[in-house]
Design a protein around this ligand. Sequence first.
Ligand code: NAD
Ligand code: UGA
Length: 479
Amino acid sequence: MNIPIKNICCIGAGYVGGPTMTMMASKCPDLIFHVVDINKKRIESWNNKDLSKLPIFEPGLEELIAKTRNKNLFFSTNIKEAIESSEIIFISVNTPTKNKGLGAGKLSDLKYVEACAREVARYSKGYTIVVEKSTLPVRTAEVIKNILNSSESNSKREEISFDVLSNPEFLAEGTAIKDLDSPDRVLIGGDNKKAMIALSDIYKAWVPEEKILFTNIWSSELAKLTSNAFLAQRISSINSISAICEVTGADVREVSRAIGKDTRIGSKFLDSGPGFGGSCFKKDILNLVYLAEYFDLHDVASFWEGVVNINNWHQRRIAEIVIRKLFGTITGKKIIVLGFAFKANTNDTRESAAIRICQDLIEEGADLIIHDPKVSPDQIEKDLKIKQISETNTNPDSLLKSQIGQWKFSKNIDIFDDAHAILVLTEWEEYKHIEWQKASKKMVKPSWVFDSRSIVNAEEVIKSGLKLWRLGDGSKTKK
Ligand code: NAD
Ligand code: UGA
């Protein structure tokens, strides 16, 4: 007999929980979705009438929210009520890397996941399917099962029982709605076929059955970490090749195109850039490294750690190139930074390459003007851990005297006056359409454009009299 499902709860209203439940609600109008979070401000933003004020920016999200919110999709802080009424509970909370204690710097901190499991144990009624949506270290399901089954309150309530499934999310930010609408696969790991079918029935409303994969729970957990590790590994691979291109006269775009034609390699995820960012690649690889070390697989651990090491090296390399090209000193020089988000079409800055690169440039004394169409100056301040220069402290003498540089946010992109360089760090569409002749006239001479995303119109930049450095472009940089 099928397990009847009517109410679904998702704990965690973040980049995954919010869009995923919105998509499910839009595809399953007969089911009710409750998205809950301890962060009151975040929930208020999800409920904001002004859809441009949702807590996250994702193309296509506003339209789906308009269709579903307060119909069969509800955002609230009432965790107890949502758990009590739901037959399926997704855990979609953050799983950051631990910064102290056992496994610090590598292992994910499971305190939020554990807190959720305890809440579920306390409030659930009857049989409940608990779904790991967060990305978790392998064998976390065991921890969740232990908490659910050993909770004191539960042992007193005989009618309570649980199944734990793993259903990792593969969406990428910036394309989340497209990815959720048409996923390459939906992965469901578990050991109770009935529970797995109940979960897959939700997806079957729009995902073709052959794309829904059933595995055991540990394979599902490990497949998620492996998937991110493979993707990140491709970026570190091509970024390492970009450095070779620059010294040999080769062009990394041509190399990518040539190798991508090999169907065994494939053409996706071969764009050299300023280094991968985002909240997950580094965290998930480090989890894999920890797992390998734990089982004494030290060569395996160092293989995967190399992917993160190359990424760190590559981000520092970009700041160093800027400094070297600007005659070895950038003290007091105005540098325009275009883009702070870790990729285009998101307001997320977690682990963005821009953080490390901007910090390095400021430390070397540069005066940065940072532009991003979706990231707020408050967020940049939190990330850089350096206060934005105030309007009252812009005396150029004081800037030159200070050892450390400073930064200022600009909403406007027309900010090229007296700049020594422009550094493109995020591939926002609008940066492709800059009028280089106009920009050049306003800049100090000689001045540079550093394009770490290969998006500017190279010919126009050069025609306008600016010097161009493109990541991985040995042919241009040798001139
Ligand atoms: P997030 O930080 O955007 O959101 C997590 C939310 O969980 C926060 O709003 C937080 O307040 C809430 N939360 C934490 N503890 C809670 C509790 N006890 N009760 C209720 N709410 C609680 O994180 P995210 O980016 O959505 O990522 C969530 C998980 O999904 C992570 O494990 C991540 O690795 C994984 N993931 C993320 C992405 C992505 O693109 N961001 C993609 C796939 C998988
Ligand atoms: C990534 C994965 O693509 C998702 O499948 C996964 O669900 C998610 O992580 C997660 O687990 O969090 P995301 O980090 O949102 O998604 O974005 P990506 O498109 O993967 O980009 C990650 C980083 O790699 C960005 O900084 C991006 O600019 C960079 N990148 C990507 C490149 O430098 N070159 C490329 O060719 C592709």
